[in-house]
Design a binder for this molecule. Structure first.
Ligand SMILES: *Cc1c(COP(=O)(O)O)cnc(C)c1O
Length: 376
């Protein structure tokens, strides 16, 4: 237990992330470029470690959410990368954004106007610093709707000065292959793209997140934006995961106890351990990202030497600790038990997400800061 020092051990397999990137890229048939989404600190796994690895396997286009994230990436990566900011640029920050070499994704005609006004003189020629445009093709989140796009299309000079590097849109139901909204959004995006290209003929387009890459070539366009799949989340939830698992989380056992009489376990006394059962209390709770919503439903894998036994959680997850029912272990296994694996090959981030009524993405971005982190 030396490398745990009493805390949980979170292992992040950078080799698996690199391989997941090349697997995603291998699905692209028509010369489409494979970018990478590293927002939210690379989905909680550490952008400072992840982004350079992706660069090394050939990624040259990165997507962050905020300007702070973009600036961190800029400092980390060579000059020849493009960094897009998915949540755009705040009013008044345009110049700082351009000077940091970051490309904001603009979502209203007014933002396009301001981007040109703020950055148009930086190169003396009136052309704005590089920018990108996001269209809402049906998700009704960020992006221009039909009317706003029409407003822009009516000002071709403005569009040309905006120095657009990319037009993108995002699917709401890409993880449900066959969902009618996928085709509908594809048709809307294709139509809008044709209109934009009458004014900006070479404008590259990007539509696909991880799941949409798996929907097939029609969704790939010029550049794809995988995020979750790089980090091991299954982009095709109705089929086996084509990605390699990336994280493993092992929590040290603080106390083993034999229950002498039927006993309520944990806050709220929500579950009972029968007399004679064995419990393991591990270090790691909801403050560490073991979401409390999975209380009574989640499971882990007890590691006893080389033997692995799936064990259910017992009672509510606490802030710092979680209890498992390890009655399935033999006495010899119990004697060797030092850690319980919460995430790994057996229990994936998707499994834990399902147990907590959420998704693997939220499991990753909730991973706590108290673990020892080890990168492979
Ligand atoms: C987060 C995000 C992605 C990546 O999506 P995944 O489902 O994680 O692959 C792509 N595009 C946009 C606009 C996003 O916000």
């Amino acid at each position: 237990m030396s490398d745990y020092e009493g805390e949980g051990l979170l292992t992040i397999d950078l080799g698996a992330i690199a391989e997941n990137y090349t697997r995603m890229r291998a699905r692209l048939k028509n010369g489409s470029e494979c970018g990478a989404v590293v927002k939210a600190d690379a989905y909680g796994l550490g952008a400072a470690k992840v982004a350079p690895v992706l660069y090394r396997v050939g990624c040259r286009t990165f997507f962050a959410a905020t300007r702070q994230e973009g600036e961190q990436l800029r400092a980390l990566l060579p000059e020849d990368v493009r960094i897009f900011l998915l949540t755009g640029v705040r009013r008044g920050c345009e110049r700082a954004c351009a000077e940091a070499g970051l490309i904001p994704v603009l979502v209203t005609p007014a933002q396009v106007q301001r981007w040109i006004e703020a950055t148009g003189e930086l190169d003396g020629g009136g052309l704005a610093a590089p920018s990108a445009l996001k269209l809402d093709s049906g998700m009704t989140r960020l992006g221009m709707g039909t009317e706003e796009l029409a407003e822009l299309l009516a000002q071709p000079a403005l569009l040309q000065r905006a120095n657009l590097q990319l037009v993108l849109s995002h699917l709401a139901c890409a993880d449900e292959n066959g969902h009618a909204q996928n085709d509908a959004q594809l048709a809307t995006f294709t139509g809008a793209l044709a209109q934009l290209r009458r004014i900006c003929p070479q404008l590259p387009a990007s539509f696909a997140n991880s799941s949409a890459i798996c929907l097939g070539e029609a969704y790939h366009f010029d550049l794809v934006r995988p995020g979750c799949a790089l980090y091991g989340v299954n982009p095709t939830p109705s089929e086996p995961n084509p990605m390699r698992p990336v994280v493993s989380l092992r929590l040290p056992v603080l106390q083993l106890r034999r229950v002498s009489h039927d006993s309520a376990v944990g806050y709220g006394a929500t579950q009972f351990a029968a007399a004679g059962s064995w419990l393991a209390v591990v270090r790691g709770g909801y403050a560490d990202g073991i979401l409390r919503a999975q209380s009574g439903r989640g499971c882990g894998v007890a590691l006893a030497g080389d033997e692995r036994v799936v064990v259910p959680m017992m009672g509510r997850v606490s802030m710092d600790t979680t209890v498992f029912d390890i009655s399935a272990l033999s006495e010899a296994q119990r004697a060797r038990l030092e850690v319980i694996e919460l995430l790994g090959d057996s229990v994936t981030v998707d499994d834990m997400g399902a147990a907590a009524g959420t998704i693997g993405y939220e499991i990753l971005t909730s991973l706590g800061r108290r673990y020892s982190r080890r990168y492979l």
